[in-house]
Design a protein around this ligand. Structure first.
Ligand SMILES: *Cc1c(COP(=O)(O)O)cnc(C)c1O
Length: 373
């Protein structure tokens, strides 16, 4: 049965640059950097930071080496460290928990809601005298309830640091990803919706003091590139990645619109067959993943594989189940444990054609005994 369809293998992602116009733009950007030779801190980095700050409606953006760097440096900039607790979601890529743990603080994992984002009511339950910050993750490319989390932050004097690695450009209730926290972190890893051609990340903020702390922390904790005031790592963004991201920016909106129109096809084919993400009228989901929920998830995944359709479980381990983050006292996470056995990410990248998505939708319907119209 393998690959027995008119579409060949349907890959979960395809990172090659196919569009000849985009390809030329990227080549020209690379040429430019090779010509001027300012491989770090070049003019393209400054231009990129200015563009990103504007896009996220913030005063400052600080380019860094990755999304993981962004989270780690953001927490360091807030002086979070040993003895502190930071509340985050139990469902994320492990980078979120690692960044917290590497500052010396303890990650505390809260339960999720049906939207797969952290549940503000459970975050409230996790607050202790040691809590210093909340790191909400805009999971799958949709925003958390930042109004409720902001309210909690104000009430308890906690910093909010957004992990917006999956959600560049996502909106909810008139707010854009990265607009709400004291600091917000992005990843431009090639797998993300707005991706570089290698690793890259960014922190945005309105505070000039935090901006300069971040600029110091991203270069070995130095001031004026010489005097080290605090031990740090080298976490700078290459000029080349900034130049490529700048060149790619005009394609980003089209790419998200494409993903959104494919999501509408899935919505139409899959509503009532499996649980679909759903989207409220005041929401703009960027579909880093299109995550469905099926009670027969593992069988469905195997069935789709037999039809040549690649899918992913993001993420197969909840953060508190990761060996690196396992504690003697496992948190109670009834909703995450329940939802986690059902989630499956199906292909939604912009290089799929409508026929692929119709085909995937039809195979999922067939599996659930709902073939045809
Ligand atoms: C990708 C990702 C990160 C880390 O970003 P990198 O650029 O890969 O280091 C952090 N948090 C979340 C939620 C992510 O999806």
């Amino acid at each position: 049965m393998a690959g027995n369809n008119a579409h060949g293998k349907v890959r979960f992602l395809n990172l090659s640059v196919i569009d000849p116009v985009e390809r030329n733009a990227l080549m020209a950007a690379m040429e430019q950097v090779l010509r001027h030779g300012m491989m770090v801190n070049g003019p393209e980095l400054t231009a990129f930071e200015e563009k990103m700050a504007r896009f996220c409606r913030r005063k400052y953006a600080v380019g860094v080496g990755s999304g993981t760097d962004a989270l780690y440096l953001a927490l360091r900039a807030l002086d979070i460290g040993p003895g502190d607790e930071v509340i985050t979601t139990c469902l994320s890529w492990v980078a979120t928990a690692n960044a917290i743990a590497l500052t010396g603080a303890t990650p505390v994992f809260a339960d999720i809601g049906p939207d797969l984002n952290v549940d503000p009511a459970d975050v409230a339950r996790c607050i202790s005298a040691k809590t210093r910050a909340i790191v909400p993750v805009h999971y799958t490319g949709r925003l958390c309830d930042m109004a409720a989390l902001g309210e909690l932050g104000r009430k308890h004097g906690l910093h909010i640091v957004e992990d917006a690695a999956q959600a560049f450009g996502a909106r909810l209730g008139g707010r854009v990803a990265g607009e709400s926290g004291i600091l917000a972190c992005f990843s431009f890893n090639p797998m993300k919706v707005y991706g570089a051609c290698g690793e890259a990340g960014m922190v945005v903020t309105d505070s000039s003091e935090l901006q300069s702390r971040l600029e110091s922390l991203r270069y070995n904790g130095t001031v004026n590139k010489e005097t080290c005031v605090v031990p740090g790592l080298n976490c700078r963004m290459d000029t080349l990645q900034a130049a490529l991201l700048l060149a790619r920016f005009p394609y980003y909106q089209k790419l998200v619109e494409r993903r959104r129109s494919l999501a509408r096809i899935y919505d139409e084919r899959l509503a009532g067959v499996v649980d679909i993400p759903g989207e409220s009228p005041d929401e703009y989901h960027v579909y880093y993943t299109y995550t469905i929920q099926s009670r027969e998830r593992d069988k469905l995944k195997a069935f789709l594989e037999d039809q040549g359709i690649e899918t992913k479980i993001q993420h197969p381990l909840l953060l508190p189940d990761q060996p690196a983050h396992r504690n003697a006292q496992l948190p109670r996470l009834p909703r995450a444990r329940d939802i986690h056995s059902r989630i499956l990410c199906i292909p939604i990248h912009e290089k799929l054609d409508t026929g692929h998505v119709e085909y995937i939708g039809e195979q999922i319907r067939t599996f659930h005994g709902r073939a045809g119209r």
